[in-house]
Design a protein around this ligand. Structure first.
Ligand SMILES: [Zn+2]
Ligand SMILES: [Zn+2]
Length: 125
């Protein structure tokens, strides 16, 4: 199976549409406390796309998260329905798409689990 696949999805209200090409080998699940809090879910799965392989229709709302290290990350979501869409660096080079709004989410199986030290106890992986 090819490593690269096309993905697409839209937010719950349909204001924002995103298409991208991602690598299956780079899909991961993040168990960090920021992902838990910001997603409202016990973990967050992401697929990675470089800037040249993502197309965004509509303008997401952005929140700049400052990490413990001082590192800044753009967190994008729909300002109307709140669907979480992606995170990216301040230079917008690499996009971490939230897999939950993508139609291909079943194919986007995490190859790695990160920040598992804060993983919720009932999650098995
Ligand atoms: Zn929306
Ligand atoms: Zn995280």
């Amino acid at each position: 199976m090819a490593d690269e696949i096309q993905v697409n999805g839209e937010c719950h209200c349909g204001k924002i549409e995103i298409k991208a090409t991602v690598k299956l080998s780079e899909v991961r699940a993040c168990h960090c406390t920021d992902c838990q809090q910001m997603s409202g879910a016990p973990l967050r799965a992401i697929a990675v796309a470089p800037a040249e392989k993502i197309k965004i229709k509509g303008i997401p709302k952005e929140y700049i998260k400052i990490g413990d290290s001082g590192n800044k990350r753009i967190q994008a979501f729909c300002s109307d329905c709140g669907t979480q869409l992606f995170a990216t660096d301040m230079e917008r080079r690499l996009y971490n798409l939230r897999t939950g709004f993508l139609e291909q989410k079943n194919q986007l199986v995490p190859r790695a689990h990160v920040f598992t030290q804060s993983s919720i106890s009932w999650i098995k992986y």
